[in-house]
Design a binder for this molecule. Structure first.
Ligand code: FAD
Length: 419
């Protein structure tokens, strides 16, 4: 089939690669001048088969109202929320109630584990040399596991995902540079989680996709979708406006683009959640993290990525204002100095990036037929998009090719919210 993939983030690139592997003729259309200029630009790089990314789930403790208030407080810097945000927050907390949390977590971990295996397979098959490291420590302010983590651990146990509760001293055996005064008394060690450079992976895989015949068109904005006998797209690029028809179109645009019909967009409870990543050069490797560390209380992650350290945190619901919140950014600097003093060389290169995660209220992405003939979606991966990218792409390619999928997909289909 002649297939268009809209979006050249990590999800679009792996999707194009998998579709080309299946023998399709694929063109990737991207409005930016280069690949991975959106959410895949400078993310934290954590591949978490345990599905433990911060902000991927709301607060679990308390009754419905308390969870709503706590979740809202965690996700916004402004005291007011729009009606639409409140509606989404209500749905998000409801769909993650203690009653169905284990089920949500099980689905997430199943896709995350499959994706992590697909990532290893693709990286090995293409002999990609990637910046990576193994293991993640979730730092606890107390020596015991807090109650709210118990449901997650139950699912981790049931799925044979390895984790271990460590004392602070044992945690330092994995991360010897953690400062002696850092505020933690224990940690959960997740040896199956890893840090892998997302953008590096996507850019290298783009070259492999091109070898398979995939065409990449940058500076090309997809303006309009038409669904007649064959789907077609109105495009604008340096060559002017044009219309192209395809046998199939896959949207890998992170969020739901406005050009999709209003009925489809309104049926899906999706919200944009902005976050920050501070990237700094390592000054002294002995003072720097070896792999990934996350302070569970603040949600701030500190990760090693080659010669850089990435510190990530903050979550802001709402419109993309492009303004950075100084208080959140300062919190990231403070966390790095608190946990790994002396690790960073700020003058030799510091980047503060504000990126956007598109979160579906039930925590799962939208993968598969959109309900419009010849149009599929692979988007809405939220805080776990890098973790889920490779498995989502393989599932999508199997669905497009009407093949059996490795996992059940009913809870991933974009049409699952339709009344
Ligand atoms: C601060 C932060 C930290 C994160 N950390 C992690 C992490 O540690 N681990 C993890 O698993 N995930 C993480 N994520 C999530 C992950 O980065 C994203 O889920 C993932 O990158 C999404 O990839 P994507 O390809 O779907 O979207 P994007 O990378 O945003 O790509 C979408 C592309 O579509 C293009 N596009 C959109 N509309 C059009 C149009 N009309 N015409 C043409 N092109 C269009 C855009 O220009 C863009 O390039 C993080 C996200 C953020 C913001």
């Amino acid at each position: 089939m002649k297939i268009a993939v809209v979006g050249a983030g990590v999800v679009g690139i792996v999707t194009a690669y998998e579709l080309a592997l299946d023998g399709h003729s694929v063109t990737v259309l991207e409005k930016a001048a280069a690949a991975c200029e959106g959410a895949s630009f400078a993310n934290n790089g954590v591949v978490a088969p345990s599905f433990t990314q911060p902000f991927s789930t709301p607060e679990w403790r308390g009754n419905g109202f308390t969870r709503l208030v706590r979740s809202a407080r965690r996700l916004t810097r402004s005291p007011w929320r729009s009606g639409q945000q409140l509606k989404w927050l209500r749905r998000w907390t409801k769909l993650h109630s203690p009653h169905n949390l284990a089920e949500v977590q099980r689905h997430g971990q199943q896709l995350a584990a499959y994706s992590s295996a697909c990532l290893t397979h693709v990286a090995d098959a293409c002999k990609l040399e990637l910046e990576r490291s193994d293991g993640q420590l979730l730092l606890l302010r107390t020596a015991t596991v807090p109650d709210e983590l118990q449901p997650v651990l139950e699912v981790l146990k049931a799925q044979d995902t390895l984790w271990k509760l460590l004392s602070a001293d044992e945690a330092r055996e994995h991360e010897p540079a953690l400062h002696s005064a850092a505020p933690f008394q224990g940690a959960l060690w997740l040896p199956g989680n890893q840090v892998v450079n997302c953008r590096q992976f996507a850019l290298l895989l783009r070259q492999e996709a091109q070898r398979l015949g995939v065409q990449f068109r940058f500076n090309t904005v997809v303006e309009q979708l038409h669904v007649h006998t064959k789907p077609s797209l109105d495009l604008t690029s340096g060559d002017g406006p044009e219309t192209q028809s395809f046998d199939h179109i896959v949207f890998c645009t992170g969020g739901l683009p406005d050009l999709l019909p209003a009925a489809l967009r309104q049926s899906v409870p999706m919200m944009a959640l902005h976050g920050y990543v501070l990237s700094v050069t390592v000054r002294e490797p002995l003072n720097a993290p070896r792999s990934a560390v996350q302070d569970l209380q603040s949600g701030i992650s500190i990760n090693r990525l080659g010669q850089r350290i990435r510190v990530s945190g903050g979550a802001e619901l709402g419109e993309d204002t492009n303004t950075k919140d100084d208080a959140t950014v300062n919190q990231l600097y403070r966390a790095l100095e608190q946990y790994y003093p002396g690790a960073a060389n700020y003058p030799s290169g510091t980047q503060v990036w504000r990126g956007t995660r598109h979160l579906v209220a039930d925590g799962m992405p939208l993968i598969g037929p959109s309900g419009l003939a010849g149009v599929s979606l692979n988007l809405g991966h939220g805080a776990n998009g890098w973790t889920l990218a490779c498995g989502s792409a393989r599932l999508l390619a199997d669905l497009v090719g009407a093949k059996d999928t490795a996992l059940p997909t009913a809870h991933l289909l974009p049409t699952r919210f339709a009344a």
